[in-house]
Design a protein around this ligand. Structure first.
Ligand code: SF4
Ligand code: SF4
Length: 92
């Protein structure tokens, strides 16, 4: 039996998007950062590099907390989403 890929597993998750953003990054700090650990640590690819700066979109967040842990510059303001919002796993 073929093992499910990460993409297959992510596809069975359900997201309830909140209008309140639960993770914010400080773009000014990110502009001075040359490490960009968040790009490699986020399993959902919520961080992207564009025009030398970091773009962040919280909608696909898996709530793992990795971005907060790996950022050496404390640029990530991290909380869980409000109750009833965010990711629900394994809805496939
Ligand atoms: S979130 Fe942290 S690691 Fe990522 S670019 Fe910003 S300062 Fe650098
Ligand atoms: S908490 Fe995890 S999934 Fe969400 S943005 Fe941070 S690293 Fe990505």
């Amino acid at each position: 039996m073929k093992q499910a890929s990460i993409e297959d597993k992510l596809a069975v998750n359900k997201y309830t998007i909140d209008k309140d953003v639960h993770i914010k990054i400080d773009g000014k700090i990110c502009k001075t950062c040359d490490k960009h650990y968040c790009l490699y640590a986020c399993p959902a690819h919520c961080f992207t590099l564009s025009n030398g700066g970091i773009t962040f979109s919280f909608e696909g967040c898996l709530e793992c907390g990795s971005c907060r842990i790996v950022c050496p510059n404390r640029a990530v303001d991290w909380t869980l989403p409000r109750a009833g919002f965010g990711i629900s796993y394994q809805y496939g």
